[in-house]
Design a protein around this ligand. Structure first.
Ligand code: NAD
Length: 499
């Protein structure tokens, strides 16, 4: 059995805790590797070594740190196929989707090449007589990144690019369900010139996370995952005096106005609802057509598209639209929620419950489902299903549709499909959601903008990537300076405004 350890001090080391987790091939249901689960002592040792390595890295000039990012871009592109293969093998998504996962992380590394510009401070000449005032951004020290299973390349890279380019050392605790790609990325960072110890990857579960939260050395925690854990980490990071940005779950609504191009909307819904088996925090899981006529016309267009979807292992290449979900427990949870939808009175228009694939009977495949006439009190509306299940809630007016997005506890992403600029503009302005698409179903901002949800989709006050990330991973220090000739008249004994 392949063993996956930790990446510490610039090399892979075996776990010492004796605790391990199984890593599955979700297409076959077989265990393909075992990953070590770090103990508190292993976490503390990794943090200690990172703290030593960070001193020189933090003092390295930002151009040199930027050049490591530049080389990293070259290396990720060189190894794109290998990374995508390893990613698909553990996650289950198709190869083109796995490449997209790597690519969207790579773009943040490209952005981090601009660290010298992004870390520039502010300067006021002559803030007072003979006085200069300047602010500089300094690294925090050692920071922690705790990431989810669903984007094992992109989300670690979102954290690593800005945190490392800002001069921090990072302890990355990736998902224990697909740890291989984060380990490969650590090896690539070493090859790109990152000094040993500046990036440590420790695999683990709650024990490792709690050790990170309680360490007095860790200065900041960047988390992405489900909402209950995001809130737990946010609260505990605050309790121990750390800054934290914790991104959680989602229930993204797409509003379809009567004037929308319904073929375009149906294509968008199928891609955004079922792509990656619905395991995206930016998946559209709720379609909200406005008016029964729009709803009926949309269902008519959706059903044949959904019935044509090809579900299978990534190894089947172009013949597959989406793969299995990540674990047997995830599959069971999805099917449990589907059954609750039926019991609570929703109309199951496309039923994927009996989906089976010859030769892959033990794989974690879930067929596509479409529910119509869902109401806002049903569990399938309130809960994040994180599977290939699209729910449709019929709204009678635009205001009803908008109100649904306002009232839902999650606020990650949303979209509106319409031909009317005024409606689109009103929606973008009034919805309380972090990322909004106008005739774009998955509005994931590019690396130089920022990514983050509102309400219970995000805890903390700065977003991921873009300029916010450089603010999150640095502290501002402001210096007020007057040179000796400025006090030649003698000491100043009164506290007074600088004028
Ligand atoms: P998860 O919350 O189960 O796990 C995320 C991380 O937390 C993992 O590293 C895991 O080991 C750790 N963890 C799990 N349980 C823990 C516990 N009890 N105590 C401490 N740490 C714990 O999430 P997941 O299943 O890996 O990922 C899917 C979730 O992530 C979905 O809810 C999805 O919407 C969300 N997500 C959000 C975003 C975003 O940007 N908002 C992006 C991607 C995924």
């Amino acid at each position: 059995m392949r063993q996956i350890g930790h990446w510490v001090g610039g090399t892979e080391v075996q776990g010492a805790s004796g605790r391990k987790a199984d890593v599955y091939n979700p297409a076959t249901g077989e265990v393909q590797a075992e990953v070590a689960l770090a103990s508190r002592a292993e976490i503390d040792a990794a943090i200690e070594a990172a703290s030593v390595a960070q001193r020189a890295w933090g003092a390295t000039n930002p151009q040199k740190r930027g050049r490591v990012m530049m080389e990293m871009v070259r290396l990720i592109n060189r190894d794109m196929d290998k990374l995508a293969e390893a990613l698909s093998a553990e996650h289950g998504k198709t190869i083109p989707d796995a490449k997209g996962d790597v690519q969207r992380g790579l773009e943040v590394i490209e952005f981090a090449i601009g660290a010298p510009h992004l870390l520039k401070g502010e300067f006021t000449d002559n803030a007072g007589p003979g006085i200069d005032m300047y602010s500089m951004r300094q690294p925090l020290g050692v920071v922690a990144a705790i990431t989810p299973f669903n984007f094992p390349a992109m989300i670690p890279l979102w954290k690593l690019g800005p945190a490392l380019a800002s001069g921090n050392a990072v302890i990355l605790k990736p998902s224990e369900r697909d740890p291989t790609v984060p380990m490969m990325l650590a090896a690539l960072f070493k090859e790109a010139g990152l000094p040993d110890g500046v990036l440590q990857v420790v695999n683990g579960d709650k024990e490792a996370v709690d050790a990170l939260l309680e360490s007095p050395v860790i200065q900041a925690v960047g988390f992405v995952g489900s909402t209950p854990i995001a809130q737990y980490i946010y609260e505990n990071a605050a309790r121990t005096g750390k800054r934290a940005q914790c991104f959680g779950g989602a229930k993204n609504h797409m509003i379809i106005m009567p004037d929308a191009d319904l073929d375009q909307a149906a294509d968008a819904l199928v891609g955004a609802g079922y792509g990656a088996a619905g395991e995206r925090c930016m998946a559209i899981s709720v379609a909200v057509p406005v008016g029964d006529k729009t709803a009926d016309a949309l269902v008519e267009r959706l059903v044949p598209r959904i019935e044509k979807l090809k579900v299978g292992p990534y190894t089947a290449g172009k013949d597959v639209d989406y793969g299995p979900v990540v674990t047997k427990a995830a599959k069971e949870n999805i099917l449990r929620l589907v059954n609750s939808g039926i019991e609570q009175g929703a109309e199951l228009v496309v039923d994927g419950r009996d989906f089976a694939l010859q030769g892959y009977e033990d794989g974690f495949f879930v067929g596509p489902h479409l529910f119509d006439r869902v109401t806002t009190d049903m569990d399938i509306y309130k809960t994040e299903i994180f599977g290939p299940v699209l729910t449709m809630v019929r709204a009678q007016t635009y205001e009803d549709a908008l109100q649904m997005t306002l009232d839902h506890e999650y606020g990650n992403g949303t979209a509106i499909f319409t031909r009317d600029g005024d409606t689109a503009r009103d929606f973008a302005s009034r919805c309380n959601i972090g990322m909004v698409g106008v005739n774009v179903p998955i509005p994931v901002p590019l690396a130089y903008h920022t990514f983050g949800g509102w309400k219970r989709s995000g805890f903390g006050d700065l977003n991921q990537h873009g300029p916010d990330a450089f603010r999150f991973y640095t502290r501002t220090k402001t210096v007020t300076s007057r040179w000796p000739s400025g006090i030649k008249e003698g000491g100043e004994f009164h506290f007074r405004a600088i004028d």
